[in-house]
Design a protein around this ligand. Structure first.
Ligand code: ATP
Ligand code: MG
Length: 273
């Protein structure tokens, strides 16, 4: 199959895709099994530019698996994954997903991820953590990257910490460094794994504001979280994953106030304070 064919724009799924062009993230019919255990079944999901989408659901539902596959730390067994017009997956004659190395590399340039455990390099300063990938992976000029990094650190209130190493920072500060590091790659999409689990209410509110700002800048934001209150406040759309299927999706009110699926109602009732 030629690269031109592989990059063919996927058929938009009209039930999800916005009228204004291709979504930043497009997943159609994704399946994933570990051995005989099916973890994701026919999952379809999009995130538009400027949209915040949260993936919620009980433990074991498949949220982290989905995030790992979206960020190419793992692979879907079948289904389509595209970032904008870049179709990441092609398919063999049995319909199994094929990942091409170069296309995967290009896709990685389009998204950033803020891990729950931040995954900062412990022996690098804040500045080095933020500048490393843009210089080493993207091959951009050091001066330009450093100037952009300073602006990002200022935006996230980290200027005074630029020369510290991660262990000299609080959890909230480390998280903001991880966000700067993701943004330094100029991604079109940013994913957060449990964005607020380490944060107090003030920092959670700051995170909410930052996520809304990123979306207002036109970024697509994907969040995987246990925290229903945060998902409800921060999201334009919520997808509820249960046993590897998206059983409900809609606005926060549609999913969290008046869900149609009784299993979602039961789960939400359990998580109410
Ligand atoms: N590498 C793996 N090998 C085998 N099974 C796995 C693997 N990773 C996940 N699973 C299984 O897949 C299912 C979904 O796991 P996943 O971590 O995606 O759930 P989750 O929704 O993120 O849960 P939690 O809210 O507890 O983080 C679980 O049954 C889990 O045991
Ligand atoms: Mg998880």
């Amino acid at each position: 199959m030629t690269r031109a064919t592989m990059r063919d724009i996927p058929t938009p799924d009209v039930s999800f895709a916005s009228a204004a062009g291709l979504p930043a993230v497009y997943v159609k019919g994704a399946c994933k099994a570990y051995g005989s255990k099916e973890v994701l079944h026919d999952v379809s999901l999009t995130i538009d530019r400027g949209e915040v989408v949260s993936l919620i659901g009980p433990s074991g539902a498949g949220k982290s698996t989905m995030l790992r596959c979206l960020t190419l730390l793992d692979t879907f067994d079948s289904g389509t994954l595209a970032y904008g017009a870049l179709q990441v997956t092609s398919h063999d004659e049995r319909g199994r997903a094929i990942y091409d190395k170069r296309t995967s590399h290009e896709a990685r340039m389009r998204f950033g991820i803020v891990f729950q455990s931040f995954n900062l390099f412990p022996h690098y300063t804040v500045m080095q953590n933020v500048c490393d990938a843009p210089v080493v992976v993207q091959g951009r000029a050091v001066d330009e990257v450093e100037a952009e990094a300073r602006a990002l650190l200022a935006r996230l209130d980290l200027t005074e910490h630029a020369d510290k190493v991660p262990c000299e920072l609080s959890g909230g500060q480390q998280q903001r460094v991880a966000i700067c590091r993701a943004l330094a790659m100029r991604p079109q999409v940013i994913y957060f794994d449990e964005a607020t689990s380490a944060l107090d209410p003030k920092l959670t509110a700051d995170m909410h504001r930052l996520i809304r700002e990123l979306a207002a800048d036109g970024m697509a934001v994907g969040i995987v979280t246990h925290e229903m209150g945060f998902a409800r406040e921060a999201s334009d759309r919520i997808c509820f994953l249960l046993d590897g299927r998206i059983v409900e999706q809609g606005t926060p009110d549609e999913v969290m106030v008046s869900p149609r699926d009784p299993r979602v109602r039961a789960f939400l009732a359990m998580t109410e304070d």
